[in-house]
Design a protein. Structure first.
Length: 261
């Protein structure tokens, strides 16, 4: 059922025009502002847990009580996945011709900076949602997206910002390793492995430094994918590589489902 939900949700997010209009998180922003005022004086970790956990628990409880049949669970899974993917469309960013502005990148930024930013955005919009759905189900999807939106809505000057950033780093770190494995399979395994091997140490793990992912993607796009006769823009090549990684991810999930049966 998880595989079907992923396929339908991804298809819907890919073919629906301007999907962000259906993925409004204004209600969550209002919830953050309202609850933050009432949690002043509490430590940052407690405030974050309450802000994120209460909506996750409430939505999970409602879906469990009213949609506990197989078909109901599938439909709810597709709906929540579709809502949490994004919320903006990376494909529309690439097709717009003004992706640097849409992603907040300076016009004079290097190609490497652009590739790394597209990879980071893809992690937050696609891969992290898929990963946490496979690990924790709908609870994982909601936990990740609400944590990411909390980081998005919180100002840098806010006292809770460092704790929120740490939470997001914890959620992103295993996703980064998954993406590297997918990239190695989808691109040049040996060269990607050599690129990431120096990061296989305790210092990287304890600091949850995911820069290896962006270095590997930049290397793959510029050295393993771009051919002299290829007229595609670097943005198009990057999105092509990321989509290939998504396909590998779905194939891997399919294998898990088959062997589970």
């Amino acid at each position: 059922m998880k595989l079907l939900a992923l396929i339908f949700a991804y298809t819907a997010s890919h073919y629906v025009s301007n999907p962000q209009r259906l993925r409004q998180f204004d209600w969550y922003q209002s919830w953050i502002i309202w609850l933050s005022k009432r949690l002043k004086g509490f430590n940052a970790e407690f405030s974050i847990i309450v802000i994120v956990a209460l909506p996750v628990l409430l939505i999970s409880l409602v879906t469990f009580l009213f949609f506990n049949s197989m078909i109901g669970s599938l439909l709810v899974s597709i709906f929540i996945l579709s809502y949490c993917i994004g919320p903006e469309s990376l494909q529309e960013d690439v097709n717009s011709g003004d992706i640097r502005k849409r992603l907040g990148i300076r016009s004079n930024a290097t190609i490497s900076t652009l590739i790394k930013k597209i990879t980071q955005v893809a992690m937050r919009r696609w891969f992290a949602v898929f990963f946490w759905y496979m690990v924790l189900g709908l609870v994982g999807v909601l936990l990740y997206r609400l944590s990411e939106r909390l980081d998005h809505f919180t100002k840098v000057s806010d006292g809770n910002k460092p704790a929120i950033t740490r939470l997001l780093a914890i959620l992103n770190y295993p996703v980064a390793w998954m993406m590297v494995m997918l990239l190695a399979i989808a691109s040049d395994f040996e060269r990607i492995y050599k690129k990431c091997k120096p990061f296989l140490n305790m210092k990287t793990i304890t600091s949850m430094d995911d820069s290896f992912l962006y270095e590997a993607t930049d290397f793959a796009v510029e050295n393993c994918e771009v051919e002299p006769e290829d007229n595609s823009s670097i943005e198009q090549v990057s999105i092509r590589v990321l989509k290939r990684m998504l396909v590998v991810c779905l194939v891997f999930v399919s294998i898990l489902v088959i062997f589970a049966v």
